[in-house]
Structure formats: structure tokens, C-alpha cells
Ligand binder design. Structure first.
Ligand SMILES: *[C@@H]1O[C@H](CO)[C@@H](O)[C@H](O)[C@H]1NC(C)=O
Ligand SMILES: *[C@@H]1O[C@H](CO)[C@@H](O)[C@H](O)[C@H]1NC(C)=O
Ligand SMILES: *[C@@H]1O[C@H](CO)[C@@H](O)[C@H](O)[C@H]1NC(C)=O
Ligand SMILES: *[C@@H]1O[C@H](CO)[C@@H](O)[C@H](O)[C@H]1NC(C)=O
Length: 528
């Protein structure tokens, strides 16, 4: 489904545009070309979109966005010597601009999601921007741009993806806003998840004056490390020599949730008290489960695989190499498998990790993941860090520039994230505390969402934040620092409830009375 998106991103721009008389100070057709340091503007095309619709594409945009009235500015630029063509798209509301600028982040290998990501902001009065960073816009396939024709890494495009395109987009976005409205934005924001979260952290670290407020969801912070650690479940399956069916992993996950759900005093289908969840999958040995009509018996290989996945990858001396999936996170994305012929299964590495390892780290599109073992994973890890840490990791803990500029950073992360480990975000907060001064609450807060998967995509049933952007706006513009975030389950969840997410390390604790399905019955506490 994500792949189908790419075609749409390209076509949306051209369709359904209708020009009408401008009601603003400067005609939309007459936006001045911005001056972008280090880049040359190739073209600028601006058109009014009136009563425009962006149709839903789940899970990125869950509802159609209708009644869009914007001046659409398409700026194409290139970095001399880089052989790149970068497309920045800015939507400027024709009426009722709030004075706010917002840059929206991308997903996996896409630096931006174009209209799908900016439409919801534009209808709320934001001047909103997205960039393709000079890449294809493909979310899951970086192969067209990863390597140059000679098989070496395309460093210029990786730099665009990693950082350069973020600042360029901000320079373009603020300049065209100023040209159109005859005044620049009063406040500037970033919002994104996953790759979008990583980009938000890059902005705070490298371009500390670009944004007043940044919302970074499930950020891909320690890219060179966690992406390789994502291959650990594949290594485990290779070493045990068994590739379980997805339903076997689901059976374990459902059992651990049932076992640990009520440790927080509330039965809601969510593990909230992870620290007290002691669970041994051996208890399922010999149990027969229904796998889509076929009975499968849980065997010791599955048990061994699950235990090792939860332990995480180790260094040669046995200490943790990086984090592991949390207990309760869906296992079958990183422990992906593929049916070969109805009877045999092989491992199917998570595409982002697979492509990072084979294209960038190894520059070998035919790298054999079926042969990857613990020692091989450690080598990949070391190589990934050594070659690319300074390019793509967004883990610089020195946020003093951002803090000095008055910026506010809100990070949230699902505690059952099945793609990027929530421990990464906790680690980053701790590193910033050490580096920037122990008390960072004045500008940086982290919110952990129990039972929520990657970017609250909805494969499991916890309550994700409903308006993190509203909270950061309140922080920036009204000096109201968020103590808690409003959260709710998705409409697709088995049980519907609202909850609050507390600023780490606090957790939402049931008051002991009142309706447990409403947020008002909880308070932020030191422990459960
Ligand atoms: C520039 O990029 C194009 C693909 O976009 C490629 O075909 C061409 O070979 C590149 N030129 C150089 C000099 O690398
Ligand atoms: C702008 O705001 C006014 C007053 O709230 C409202 O009547 C009008 O419909 C708005 N325009 C657009 C394009 O939303
Ligand atoms: C379950 O079985 C149905 C019908 O045989 C099939 O269409 C579907 O793909 C199967 N689902 C899984 C997860 O294997
Ligand atoms: C399925 O494929 C594997 C090789 O990948 C082969 O060894 C096995 O015999 C095949 N089974 C069937 C039923 O075709």
C-alpha cells in the first residue's frame, strides 16, 4: 500500500487546480524566487488551488482533506556539483493565514510526503512545506538513488536525505511566505514521525534557529545503530534454523499482553507496567494454536527465538550491542518471513534495514541475509557506524543552540513500537540531559505511549497522542509547557479509550475510581 502512494504523490500536483482572483496582497502567480545559500534555484511555479481535495491514503492520511484554498508554490533547486534536483512544495493559505509556518517530515526513505502531509495543516491556516530532497519520493525503495552508476554511495543524495534538504525547505518556505503575505511567519514548527522525527531532531541540532517548536514522533535517532539492530530477529531465526509463521508470533504477543495487562490495575488490552512484566514464553510449549485454519503446535524453536529477540543483539563479550523489541511489541515486522511454496518459509528482513545494510553499508545489492549470523551482524553494526554516523545519525546531544534560540522540542514514542525501539528516545533524552544541563524540562520533553506501535499506525491497541502539535503551539506561543498529552485509541482498536501521556519518566496511573476508559480518571505518577 505504501508503494502505491508514490504514483499518487506525483500526480496530485498536476490535477484539479483552478485559478481564481487572488484576495491577497501579492498575486500568487508573482512569488519571488527565494535565495537559498549553497543552492541554485532552477524554477519557481506558483498556482492557486481552489476548493482542492487531497484524497485519503491510509495510513498516512486517514481522511480526505477537502476545501483546500492555497497558493501552491513549487520550487526546484539544485546544489552545484551535487547533480541533484530538489523539489520543495509550499502551500500558502489564500485566506486566514495564522502567521504560522510548518514543515512536515517524511517516512522511511521519503524525505517528505507532499500534499498528503501538508494538506491537513494548510486547511488549519498554516503555510506548510514538504521536500523530496532530490530523491524519488518512494517510501520503501531507495535503490534508484542509493548508489551511483559506478556502485559507490551517492553521498550528495544521502546528505540531502540526512540533513541538507531540511534547512533548504525552511529557507524556501519562509521566503515564499514573506513574498506572498508581505511578512514572514510569526512562528515556525516542525512535525514528523519516524524519518520525520529524525529530521526534526536534525533541525534542533544543526539548524537551531529554524523552528520555534518541533514535534518528533518515534524518531529514527541512532540510525546507523538501530537500523542494523532491526536485523537481529532475522539473525536469530537464521541461527535457530526456523522461520515461524506470523500467527505464532501473534500467539506469543497476545499471551504476554493477557499476562501483563492488569499489572497497572486496568484491564485495557495494553501493557502499561512494562518494568513488572516478567514473562516466559515457555509456558506456551505444546499449545495448539489456530493459524488461519491450520492447527500449529508451539515448539521449542519458537520459544527460543522469541526469548533471543527480546534479549537483543550482543557484543562478542556478551553485553548489549543495541536495544531489543519491547515485550508486547508486534514481532512479525522485524521477524518478517515469506512463504516460499506453502510449506517452506524464509526470512524477510524489514525493507529499510535490508536496504540500508546492502546498499549503503555493503554496497552489494545481492548481500545474502539468509547467511547473516551474530558475528556478521556485529560487523555490519561497526561498519554502519564507522561509515555513516557523522552523516545520518541525529543523536548529537548538544541542543544548547536550540535552547538558547528559545526552541521547544516534544518527542513522543510508542512503548510497543515494532520498528524503532522506544529505548532510543529515552537514551537520547538522557544524553541531552548530560550534555546540555541536567534539567532540560524547560525546552525538551519526552512522552512514552504504552501499547502504541510505530507512529501509532494501529497494529495494536494503545492510545497515541491526538494533538501533539496543539501542545507545542501552546508551549511556544502561550508559554504553557505540556505536563501531559491528550491521547486516544484509533477507531480500529479493539477497545476504545482516552488516556493521558505523561512527561517521562512519569506514567499515567488510574485514580482507583472513575471510568477507566476516560483520561480524566488518571494522573501522572512516579510509578504504577
Ligand atoms: C547525474 O544524475 C543522473 C541521474 O539523475 C545520472 O544519469 C547522471 O549520470 C549523473 N551525472 C553525473 C555526472 O554523475
Ligand atoms: C476565513 O475566516 C472567516 C471568518 O472566520 C470565514 O468566514 C471564512 O470562510 C474563512 N475563509 C476561508 C477560506 O476559510
Ligand atoms: C488465510 O487464509 C485465507 C484463505 O485461505 C487467505 O486468503 C489469507 O491470505 C490467509 N491469511 C494469512 C495471514 O495467511
Ligand atoms: C519448497 O521449497 C523448498 C526450497 O526452498 C524445497 O526444498 C521444498 O521441497 C519445496 N516444497 C514443496 C512442497 O514444493
Amino acid at each position: 500500500m505504501l508503494l502505491a502512494l508514490t504514483a499518487l504523490l506525483g500526480s496530485l500536483v498536476a490535477t484539479n487546480a483552478a485559478a481564481t482572483a487572488s484576495t491577497t496582497k501579492r498575486p500568487c502567480s508573482d512569488i519571488e524566487a527565494p535565495d537559498v545559500p549553497g543552492a541554485k534555484i532552477v524554477s519557481i511555479i506558483s498556482t492557486e488551488l481552489v476548493d482542492f481535495t487531497v484524497p485519503a491514503v491510509r495510513p498516512i492520511l486517514n481522511q480526505d482533506v477537502t476545501g483546500i484554498n492555497v497558493c501552491q508554490v513549487l520550487v526546484t533547486l539544485t546544489h552545484p556539483g551535487a547533480n541533484d534536483t530538489v523539489n520543495v512544495q509550499v502551500w500558502l493559505p489564500l485566506e486566514n493565514w495564522t502567521g504560522r509556518f510548518l514543515a512536515a517530515g517524511g517516512s522511511a526513505w521519503a524525505a517528505g510526503l507532499g500534499p498528503l502531509s501538508i494538506a491537513p495543516y494548510a486547511v488549519k491556516g498554516f503555510a506548510a512545506a514538504s521536500t523530496d530532497a532530490g530523491l524519488t519520493g518512494e517510501i520503501l525503495d531507495p535503490s534508484p538513488w542509493a548508489l551511483k552508476p559506478d556502485g559507490t554511495v551517492n553521498t550528495e543524495l544521502l546528505t540531502n536525505f540526512a540533513s541538507r534538504s531540511i534547512h533548504d525547505m525552511v529557507v524556501v518556505g519562509k521566503a515564499v511566505s514573506k513574498s506572498y503575505y508581505n511578512k514572514g511567519p510569526d512562528f515556525s514548527y516542525w512535525e514528523g514521525c519516524s524519518t520525520g522525527g529524525r529530521q526534526g531532531l536534525v533541525a534542533a541540532q544543526k539548524y537551531p534557529e529554524d523552528f520555534d517548536g518541533i514535534v518528533a514522533g518515534s524518531p529514527a535517532t541512532y540510525w546507523t545503530k538501530y537500523v542494523i539492530a532491526e536485523l537481529w530477529p532475522q539473525v536469530v531465526m537464521n541461527e535457530v534454523g526456523y522461520y515461524p509463521a506470523a500467527c505464532e508470533f501473534t500467539a506469543v504477543r497476545e499471551d504476554v499482553v493477557a499476562t501483563c495487562d492488569e499489572l497497572d490495575g486496568v484491564k485495557d488490552g495494553v501493557i502499561s507496567n512494562l518494568a513488572r512484566c516478567k514473562y516466559d514464553p515457555s509456558r506456551l510449549l505444546g499449545k495448539s494454536i489456530d493459524c488461519n485454519g491450520t492447527q500449529v503446535t508451539i515448539n521449542d524453536k519458537l520459544v527460543s527465538i522469541v526469548k533471543k529477540i527480546w534479549e537483543g543483539p550482543k557484543t562478542a563479550s556478551g553485553s548489549p550491542l543495541w536495544y531489543a523489541l519491547t515485550v508486547g511489541a508486534p514481532l512479525d515486522t522485524l521477524a518478517g518471513i515469506q512463504d516460499v511454496n506453502g510449506t517452506d518459509r524464509i526470512g524477510a528482513p524489514f525493507p529499510v534495514a535490508r536496504d540500508w545494510a546492502r546498499l549503503w553499508v555493503k554496497q552489494n545489492p545481492n548481500f545474502d541475509f539468509a547467511a547473516l549470523d551474530s558475528a556478521g551482524l556485529r560487523e555490519l553494526f561497526a561498519e554502519s557506524v564507522k561509515k555513516f554516523n557523522s552523516v545520518i545519525d541525529s543523536s548529537d546531544p548538544d541542543l544548547s543552540g536550540f535552547r538558547k534560540a528559545g526552541g521547544k522540542l516534544l518527542v513522543w514514542h510508542g512503548e510497543a513500537d515494532h520498528i524503532i525501539f522506544p529505548q532510543d528516545s529515552i537514551r537520547y533524552l538522557q544524553e541531552v540531559r548530560k550534555s546540555t544541563g541536567h534539567n532540560v524540562k524547560d525546552f525538551f520533553r519526552l512522552f512514552i505511549a504504552p501499547g502504541v506501535d510505530h507512529c501509532a499506525l494501529g497494529s495494536i491497541d494503545g492510545a497515541g497522542p491526538t494533538d501533539a502539535l496543539g501542545s507545542i503551539i501552546d508551549w511556544v506561543e502561550n508559554k504553557k509547557a505540556p505536563k501531559e498529552l491528550a491521547a486516544a485509541t484509533l477507531p480500529t482498536a479493539k477497545t476504545q479509550f482516552t488516556r493521558k501521556l505523561c512527561a517521562y519518566p512519569l506514567v499515567a496511573k488510574y485514580d482507583g475510581h472513575g471510568d477507566p476508559s476516560v483520561a480524566a480518571s488518571y494522573h501522572c505518577a512516579k510509578c504504577l
